[in-house]
Ligand binder design. Structure first.
Ligand code: NAP
Length: 260
């Protein structure tokens, strides 16, 4: 359990949040923001425990409260294992962010069954069953936020077709789940980032050798820059707060105007 009671003045004070893949990248940006807003945050990770501990420490240093839970997603029994780890730290939750996801570099032709299954088991099957088992723990009036991608609605990008398909499936899940859980006052939304500076994109986006890719990515956005994980944390924070109570079943464009 975190040493601090969290930011008692924050708009999420008294709430508990779980961010899958909260240890790095976009998930870390979300976890840090929810922690700053006063929520107690479960920072989930797959294999990199050190990164999760770093994120927990960053939240605590900022005056918040957090704990780390590790479960490899895309494996049998993953959702049950995740909730068992969560239950050891907290009684119920208010905000579930299904963020953990994997990308691909396989084209339509190159994608084999193993790669297709890996993408769908981590990006679609895991959020489905994490949410199915989590629904009983989620308090009425809670929030579910699924991290989708601008690619689920952008112009077709067949270079990473199977990945984009997983996000399309997640968006359908969002819409249906919002009706399923609406009677309990629970909102469900997809947040769709554009290109964000994370490890996921490091190989083609970061460093001197990739300067041209960085610049063309920045130009894609109407705002002229590459997105930062904190940009997505801000959108999730709004949806998670009381101010987001009348937004549900929606797909929120968080691409910085990259889809125009
Ligand atoms: P990232 O930097 O690679 O971080 C991924 C996070 O998810 C890590 O915390 C990682 O934990 C966890 N994770 C990945 N695979 C896992 C598995 N099999 N089991 C358990 N945990 C796992 O990724 P990101 O770029 O922040 O992406 C986060 C989400 O945003 C994904 O759903 C992605 O599709 C979506 N997205 C990203 C972008 C972008 O430009 N970056 C754009 C649109 C949408 P470990 O390190 O411990 O494995």
């Amino acid at each position: 359990m975190g040493a601090s009671a969290g930011n008692q003045q924050g708009k999420l004070a008294g709430k508990t949040a779980l961010v899958t893949g909260g240890s790095r990248g976009i998930g870390r940006g979300i976890a840090e923001r929810l922690g700053r807003d006063g929520a107690r945050v479960a920072v989930h990770y797959g294999s990199n425990e050190a990164a999760a501990k770093e994120t927990v420490a960053a939240i605590e240093t900022a005056g918040g409260s957090a704990f780390a839970i590790g479960t490899e997603l895309g494996t049998e029994g993953d959702a049950q294992a995740l909730w068992s780890a969560f239950d050891a730290h907290a009684d119920g939750l208010d905000i579930l962010v299904n963020n953990a996801g994997v990308g691909t570099s396989s084209s339509f032709t190159d994608t084999d069954e193993a790669e297709f299954d890996r993408l769908f088991s981590v990006n679609v099957k895991a959020p489905y069953f994490i949410t199915q088992l989590g629904a009983a723990r989620l308090r009425d009036g809670g929030r579910i936020i699924n991290i989708s991608s601008g690619l689920s609605r952008a112009a077709a990008m067949p270079e990473i077709m199977a990945y984009a398909m997983t996000k399309g499936a997640l968006d359908v899940f969002t819409r249906n789940l919002s009706k399923e859980l609406g009677p309990r006052g629970i909102t469900v939304n997809s947040v769709a980032p554009g290109i964000i500076d994370t490890d996921n994109n490091a190989a083609w986006l970061r460093g001197e050798a990739n300067k041209a890719a960085w610049e063309s990515s920045a130009k894609l956005s109407a705002l002229g820059r590459v997105g930062d994980p904190s940009d997505i944390g801000a959108v999730v924070s709004f949806l998670a707060s009381d101010d987001g109570r009348w937004v549900t079943g929606d797909w929120i464009d968080a691409t910085g105007g990259s889809l125009m």
